[in-house]
Write a protein that binds this ligand. Structure first.
Ligand code: S3P
Length: 428
């Protein structure tokens, strides 16, 4: 599906966003294995999080939707009648594999074409050390294992594992497996990643300790259902933040977004680059910080994203690339080879769409450099089936010198089905 986006002069209004994708996945999975009912308010409307719920339902959890809430009646899982479909969702397949590896049945889990090309060795190797038996698909042209996965459930032992790459999905997969293992599970992170799983596990009743970047989950956890509110998704807010910063005279309020410190370095980065962002009404819910943001158009200096900052901004880099081109000093991104194995090769997708708009970019295997002070020219853009590329370039299109089309715009629905209608409400 193609969307046409016309240039705008300002972003003005107050919006509330669908629930955070990362947190929704975790509540959906933990609700499915916890004893009793879990009630989730503001569960993500994105297709990825619906894939998680559909998998949990196929595994035996009873899921109801009551007045916009998701209610999950969880407990013991059973073998699904059909292979599980994770759709486009890396979080679903990687995190759920930790749970499936410990069940007393065999499951097959796969997804769409994009997911079928995403590396799974990062979970298969440590899970195998815990005693799991997982067979992936081999590709003729690339080493490693890819979906679909056949997971023969086995009794697992705890592990003491140092993550070789910064990945919250891998960390979460091992902690979820650890719930069913004999012996404690310890995960050591060289670089901090989002800690929603640790927070959610504690909320559901697990015994989990975190010291610096070492997470220790005690064996024998008994999880019980909870009532939880999912904060608005800060990674979805990023597109509107960038749009409001770019368009002169913008004045935007985004209500009740997640401000977890492992995610909010986006706000620190933007503020350091000159953005006017006020955080108001901060509160805590289910162990997660929530607050509202007031954003005004600002002159942005640009910046450098590398090392630990790259890991904590990884999902926001497509939006920040657009802002970088319009900033005075440009943007340099390093240590971001993970972008090449997201829903698309995001470095290549950013490069091809910026070039179509007449914007200069130099790429490297693990990042790129975009000079500042550039103008966006009207062009035919393409998401390549990647939700964050569709949304980032819809924002670039607002700043262009004429109407742009975005091919594959429906992919925004993976995390944010209401994206284009919300954009139309606030872009003037
Ligand atoms: C996520 C972790 C990150 C992120 C993804 C969501 C999560 O992936 O890019 O969108 O919810 O744990 P990696 O674990 O592959 O870095």
């Amino acid at each position: 599906m193609k969307e046409t986006v016309v240039p705008a002069k300002c972003i003005d209004g107050a919006i509330t966003l669908p629930g955070d994708k990362s947190i929704s996945h975790r509540y959906g999975m933990l609700g499915g294995i916890a004893e009793g009912a879990t009630t989730i308010h503001n569960y993500s409307t994105g297709a990825d999080c619906q894939s998680t719920l559909a998998c949990m339902a196929a595994l035996g959890a009873r899921i109801e939707r009551v007045n916009g809430k998701v209610v999950i009646h969880g407990g013991a899982l059973h073998q699904p009648a059909q292979p599980l479909d994770a759709g486009n969702s890396g979080s679903t397949i990687r995190m759920l594999s930790g749970i499936l590896a410990a069940q007393d049945f065999t499951t097959r889990i796969g997804g769409d074409e994009s997911l079928s090309g995403r590396p799974m060795d990062r979970i298969i190797r440590p899970l195998a050390e815990m005693g799991a038996h997982i067979q992936g698909r081999q590709l003729p042209e690339r080493s490693g294992s890819y979906p679909p996965l056949t997971i023969e459930g086995r009794p697992l032992q705890g592990i003491d594992y140092t993550l070789p790459i910064a990945s919250a999905q891998v960390k979460s997969c091992l902690l979820l497996a650890g719930l069913f293992a004999t012996g404690d599970t310890i995960v050591r992170e060289p670089i901090s990643t989002r800690d929603h799983t640790e927070i959610a596990l504690r909320e559901f009743g697990a015994d989990i300790e975190v010291h610096r970047r070492v997470i220790k989950l005690a064996a024998g956890a008994h999880l019980t259902g909870r009532e939880l509110v999912v904060p608005g998704d800060l990674s979805s807010a990023a597109f509107f933040l960038v749009a409001a910063l770019l368009m002169p005279e913008s004045n935007l309020v985004i209500r009740n977004v997640g401000l977890n410190p492992t995610r909010s370095s986006l706000l620190d980065f933007l503020t350091a680059a000159g953005a006017s962002i006020k955080v108001i009404d901060v509160k805590q819910s289910g162990g997660e910080l929530i607050g509202s943001l007031r954003i005004r158009a600002s002159k942005i200096k640009g910046g450098l994203i590398e090392g630990a900052l790259t890991a904590s901004l990884i999902d926001e880099i497509p939006a920040l690339a657009v802002l970088g081109a319009a900033s005075s000093g440009g943007l340099v991104v390093r240590d971001a080879s993970e972008l090449r194995v997201k829903e698309t090769d995001r470095i290549a997708a950013i490069e091809s769409n910026l070039r179509r708009m007449g914007v200069e970019i130099e790429t490297a295997p693990d990042g790129f450099r975009i000079p500042g002070g550039q103008l966006f020219h009207a062009a035919e853009l393409d998401s390549g089936g990647d939700h964050r590329i569709a949304m980032a370039f819809a924002v670039a299109a607002l700043a262009a010198d004429g109407p742009c089309t975005i091919g594959g715009a429906e992919s925004a629905g993976v995390s944010f089905p209401e994206f284009f209608s919300t954009l139309r409400e606030i872009a003037h």
